[in-house]
Design a protein around this ligand. Structure first.
Ligand code: PGA
Length: 259
């Protein structure tokens, strides 16, 4: 079965009530029937989840949180639970984004716990993996990515894993304007599918959507999505401009389907 392309818009710590609502309105107005061919999810900051959910209305675009707690509830100041995300209308959550791994010190074990919490609560999840520039230059990209996959999926059952999209996000490409070459992305995506085959089996690895993230833009999306193993993208900066984000969604819908 062909994999349905996936494009996520990670707004990070950007927008406010006014600009967030305007961005969603532009996405809803401009998306037409694009969401039939590509699964589109926006990940606004927590305070705007409800606002964005209401603005999305009956649109096919889905909603996700950028993070979640590995605990269900309790005395955890500042944390947001999986149930709260679901209660706010989110179906998706990002886990293991490199900004959280690097800036907030999230280790592999915490990423694994968060992923399990998300899946056990009924959320779908984008699991982000990727290597640093130093690791890439040392030739250890595949080893690093595989280790992140193995660790994050240690306790995830095959049935739960069907609700996971894996995002290959080389850290040196995030927010830098330096994009991975289509060949780099193809190689990394192949390494991810090899790791998934070892963890589960080749059928599940083949069904899994693996998307690329890191300085995606309308000008480079098409070439990346033409690679056989690249099933869409996780978009940061360009997701804040509706025309750019929709252009990337359209490249995924048509590019992935055409190959
Ligand atoms: P970027 O971010 O598109 O701004 O590089 C991607 C991401 O962090 O998901």
């Amino acid at each position: 079965m062909a994999r349905r392309p996936f494009v996520g818009g990670n707004w990070k710590m950007n927008t406010d009530r006014t600009s967030g609502a305007a961005l969603v309105a532009a996405l809803v107005a401009g998306c037409g029937d694009l969401a039939e061919g590509v699964e589109i999810v926006v990940f606004p900051p927590f305070p705007y989840l409800d606002l964005v959910r209401r603005s999305l209305g009956e649109s096919e675009i889905s909603l996700g949180g950028q993070d979640l707690s590995n605990d269900a509830n309790g005395a955890l100041t500042g944390e947001v639970s999986a149930e709260m995300l679901l209660d706010s209308g989110a179906q998706w959550v990002l886990v293991g984004h490199s900004e959280r791994r690097q800036r907030m010190g999230e280790c592999d074990a915490l990423v694994a716990d968060k992923l399990l919490m998300a899946l056990e609560s009924g959320l779908s999840s984008v699991l982000c993996v990727g290597e640093t520039l130093e690791q890439r230059e040392a030739g250890s990209s595949s080893r690093v990515i595989s280790a992140q996959i193995v660790s994050a999926l240690d306790h995830v059952h095959p049935a739960q894993f069907q609700r996971v999209v894996v995002a290959y996000e080389p850290i040196w490409a995030i927010g830098t304007g330096v994009v991975a070459s289509p060949q780099d992305a193809a190689d990394a995506h192949a390494a991810i599918r090899d790791a998934l085959t070892s963890r589960y089996d080749s059928a599940l690895a083949r069904e899994t959507r693996v998307v690329y993230g890191g300085s995606l833009a309308p000008g480079n999306a098409k070439a990346l999505f033409a690679q056989p193993g690249v099933d869409g993208g996780l978009v940061g900066g360009a997701s804040l401009k509706a025309p750019d984000f929709l252009s990337i969604c359209s490249a995924a819908a048509f590019g992935v389907a055409a190959r």
